[in-house]
Write a protein that binds this ligand. Sequence first.
Ligand code: THU
Length: 128
Amino acid sequence: MKELMDKARAAMAMAYAPYSGFRVGAAVRCADGTVYTGCNIENASYGATNCAERTAIFAAVAAGHRSFTAIAICGGHGGVVEDYCMPCGICRQVLSEFCPPDTHIHIAGPTDIRTYTLQQLLPGRFEL
Ligand code: THU
């Protein structure tokens, strides 16, 4: 878990966040143990911004992975983690497309890491 968070923290350094200054990194562990990372990528149109979690998940899916066991997330203004960076609603729904409800979501705070399940963060998820 610490190793996954270290990768999320390293990915945060790649954030492109000139508009908000809020930098986020994520690292997703695939069922075979492979790890993919992502950062937030902002856009002048604001709405085209992509969150770090989705960048990581989309990179993994584009590489052929469809099953994940955990994701680590960290973020903060200027890359300083002052609070727990909870994943936004869209990212929770994207996670739910590929992750079972018991998937662990690790979120860095200033001094520790909190772990939730996807079920805790997205009860009653939308499914077709
Ligand atoms: N952001 C993420 O990368 N992940 C989240 O779950 C919430 C928000 C990013 C988007 C934007 O670039 C910045 O944080 C401020 O909203």
